[in-house]
Design a binder for this molecule. Sequence first.
Ligand SMILES: NC(=O)c1ccc[n+]([C@@H]2O[C@H](COP(=O)([O-])OP(=O)(O)OC[C@H]3O[C@@H](n4cnc5c(N)ncnc54)[C@H](OP(=O)(O)O)[C@@H]3O)[C@@H](O)[C@H]2O)c1
Length: 279
Amino acid sequence: MTHRWACLLGEPVAHSLSPALHNAAFAALDIDAHYEARLVAYDELPDVVQQLRAGDCLGANVTAPHKQAVVALVDQVGDEVRALGVLNTIVNVDGRLLAGNTDAEGLARWMRLSQIDPAGHPAVVIGAGGAARSTVWALADLGATAVVVLNRTVERAQALITSLRPHLTSVDLMWGGLAEAAEPAARPWRVVVNATSMGHHGAAPAVHPSWYSRDSVAIELAYNPPVTGFMVAAREAGARAENGLGMLLHQAALAFEHWTGQAPPMDVYEAVVRQRIGT
Ligand SMILES: NC(=O)c1ccc[n+]([C@@H]2O[C@H](COP(=O)([O-])OP(=O)(O)OC[C@H]3O[C@@H](n4cnc5c(N)ncnc54)[C@H](OP(=O)(O)O)[C@@H]3O)[C@@H](O)[C@H]2O)c1
């Protein structure tokens, strides 16, 4: 049987955990394949994507800054890619490139497995970048009645909501400025997601303690550091708080499943993460 391969396309890619995760899973399942990170400049993207059609290629992950540009280079995209405008996974099926966004699906799957259930409740997303878009999709998929997106650059929150509205008709979508999170809430929220990149810099959006109750879950999408100021503040206000590790592992697992038809052993993934970032 042919040795097969998959890869990550991005710039930069050196920080990525994906090679370690997928190579450990290939080894654990005795699959004759390897995964490598490829540093790809914008003008190289069409040629590199064309190479993914090779018979021995399983597919690829795509990360910044190519998640949007690559959409035009594949043959078929899922509904979530059409709505979000970005993809992160490509599967090569006999030379045809099928694409999906496992960030959105991975977050939703991890939330289901972790008994975080926004169904029937409104939810808040702080931040309006790519991760926030996936989060809004996941919350709608899990049955949230409304999603409010708050962002420092309020126009970006408005643009996110305007572009998603035609695709997410069952959920009420609203936007506002980041400062609103610091104001007292009329009632606690069931789910509050920090989709800003502030946690990486030891910072946190100010969230008023009245936004939380014991039934609330605060989700920090960053996972390194494993506990952020956003999570500490939520716990102090009585909420459950989780980081983005579950989303990371499940978006990777979904990609692996699409490429191989097999689920990766999650304990192997978790061991890789423990070794790499000590969580
Ligand atoms: N767990 C996972 O699998 C996973 C997957 C993807 C992303 N993430 C995490 O999600 C986070 C966002 O990623 P992304 O790709 O969406 O990033 P992005 O597109 O660059 O968006 C960054 C967001 O953070 C906001 N922000 C940055 N610095 C800020 C500050 N000082 N004050 C207030 N807001 C600030 C930005 O607001 P402006 O619009 O005003 O600039 C924007 O909304 C990161 O922590 C990333 O690691 C996790």
